[in-house]
Design a protein around this ligand. Sequence first.
Ligand SMILES: *Cc1c(COP(=O)(O)O)cnc(C)c1O
Length: 356
Amino acid sequence: MSRPVLASLDLQALRNNLAIVRRAAGSARIWSVVKANAYGHGLDRVWNALRETDGFAMLNLEEAILLRERGWKGPILLLEGFFHADELELFDKYRLTTSIHSNWQLKVLQNARVHAPIDVYVKVNSGMNRLGFSPDKVSSVWQQLRAMSNVGSMTLMSHFAQAENADGVDAPMKQVEFAAEGLDCPRSLANSAATLWHPETHFDWVRPGIVLYGASPSGQWQDIANSGLKPVMTLSSEIIGIQNLKPGDAVGYGSRYRATQELRIGIVACGYADGYPRIAANGTPVLVDGIRTGTVGAISMDMLAVDLTPCPQAGIGTPVELWGKEIKIDEVAASAGTVGYELMCAVAPRVPVVTV
Ligand SMILES: *Cc1c(COP(=O)(O)O)cnc(C)c1O
């Protein structure tokens, strides 16, 4: 390995996080959400560490097929269902559970020729206004699907727009209740935030994603600091250059940082082409040789600069943690105006990945 940037994945942390989710979820079963290549961690690298789960949920048929080819025999849920009619053949062949969120999908399923009934998640729009049937249509959709020989087990599904807020599930839960009236239906509603903070949403299956990877659904590490959840990914690199600035000297593109006094800075081999957010503010936390410091200046494509004042011993080759066990991905995300989800998913293909 030449360039020192590296993402290491702690599979034990992943197992730990699933166990914590299991405790939080009570008697509900768990769909481990592994969409977006397991939130950027690499589905093929991590799925085995999650095999105590009850099922895997994702969006891409290719990812679902990969799991079947690797030997996963349990349930697989495609959260957005099929996009084109010809995909149903693969849902049938690989025994995948489909979401049904539109009349178009309903008709396609009705007209499909399958070898065995397909399990269905009927999606109700409880206020997010992304996908799903409006609550007043659910009863009719449910009856239509129930009458189809192509349909196996059925579950009512919905998704929360702001379950990280204390009263964030109240209105959507009313919509779900309305939709489910008179139906004897298993339910799957809870994302990570609802799994942790709204037990009344658990029902039959929860669908946690971000917490499995050890980041906070609220974007604030504080909110999960005492949960026992552990960061899975560590993005690390090394110092590859040192500069000694005089007062008035600038750092990097746009001279976004200017020294007000003598300042020793380190240049780290990690930039936005590795997935580090370009707009991270001056002072975004970085760990250098185990000591917390911050970035100075704009993030370049391949490098970033850090203040070495708190760590005068640091030099070429000194290890740097960009995010991981000490510097939480939520902190870096907050400093860049985004959430841990986006940073995880954006780690670039050029970053080598190891599992530990
Ligand atoms: C992404 C997603 C989840 C998981 O969300 P987290 O906030 O990562 O827990 C659950 N359900 C659906 C439908 C999703 O798209």
